[in-house]
Design a binder for this molecule. Structure first.
Ligand SMILES: Nc1ncnc2c1ncn2[C@@H]1O[C@H](COP(=O)(O)OP(=O)(O)OP(=O)(O)O)[C@@H](O)[C@H]1O
Ligand SMILES: [Mg+2]
Length: 258
């Protein structure tokens, strides 16, 4: 595991991939993201945890510009997030996102779901897109489901297809927003294992999850949010064994007793 520095450098280092600098966002009167400074290095796995409503999903959604910010800046691989048009579509492809709900196209087969972004956004030719889609479906363990429709798959299988679909775009970073929280317990591990494997292969990942086992085993850094702020960030060991803030102590006491 790489050493993770939580101090901020003045100039962006070459391996800074995602940089949020003093980001603020409101939903009406609610200050949902407050002075967020967060730098994610290439290859780093950051697990974001915190109470419901603390802004974790909003944070994820700002990183691929599903939400705009009021002030501050976000850049990916040295470039500020584009506002619109083709550049924005390209950004969305560079930032893979897997949500709690599987979000597959219901009337397309599994194979077509994984091919679509490649042919439409990346302009990959069909044959090549199919080859890559099949390889990715194999990699996440659902190669034999390629010709089915999403509704014919289990939740865990669908979520692995969603991961394959995001990977098909060769993203620079993958965002996961509670990817296992809608799954039946017996399906959680098969998804976490795919994510763990991705992490081991060096994918840069931001993962919102309540799966503390995953956080302990896969994260380089845990970011704890409460009330729109990053309250604490630390290595998993430091965070779980020795949380510094009362908010984090309270939160851990609650989730670890469930
Ligand atoms: N589109 C929106 N319009 C208005 N308020 C919103 C919107 N999206 C989120 N919020 C509010 O912003 C706050 C943060 O929401 P967010 O979904 O980011 O929290 P979260 O940490 O992901 O919570 P959870 O653990 O429940 O998923 C909440 O109070 C939520 O009600
Ligand atoms: Mg959320």
């Amino acid at each position: 595991m790489s050493e993770v520095s939580v101090t901020k450098d003045a100039a962006p280092a070459a391996d800074d991939l995602v940089v949020l600098d003093n980001v603020n966002k409101h939903f009406g009167a609610l200050h949902v993201l407050q002075d967020i400074d967060l730098t994610i290095s290439r290859g780093e796995v950051v697990v974001v945890i915190g109470p419901s409503g603390s802004g974790k999903s909003t944070l994820c959604r700002t990183i691929n510009r599903l939400e705009t910010v009021d002030s501050g800046s976000i850049s990916i691989d040295g470039k500020p997030l584009p506002q619109e048009g083709k550049a924005l579509a390209k950004l969305r492809a560079d930032v893979g996102m897997v949500f709690q709900a599987f979000n597959l196209f219901a009337h397309k087969t599994v194979l077509e779901n994984v091919m679509l972004g490649q042919t439409k956004v990346r302009r990959t030719d069909k044959q090549e897109a199919e080859k890559k889609a099949r390889a990715l479906l194999d990699r996440v363990g659902v190669g034999n489901q390629a010709d089915k429709y999403p509704a014919q798959l289990s939740g865990g299988q669908q979520q692995r297809v969603a991961i394959a679909r995001a990977l098909a775009m060769d993203p620079k970073v993958m965002l996961f927003d509670e990817p296992t929280s809608a799954l039946d317990p017996e399906m959680i591990n098969e998804v976490l294992e795919v994510m763990k494997q991705l992490a081991d292969e060096g994918m840069t990942m931001v993962v919102v999850t309540h799966e503390m086992g995953f956080a302990r085993s896969a994260a380089n850094r845990v970011v704890f949010m409460a009330d729109g702020r990053i309250v604490e960030e630390a290595t998993p060991d430091q965070f779980f064994n020795n949380p510094r803030s009362d908010r984090a102590k309270d939160f851990l006491a609650k989730i670890l007793h469930h």
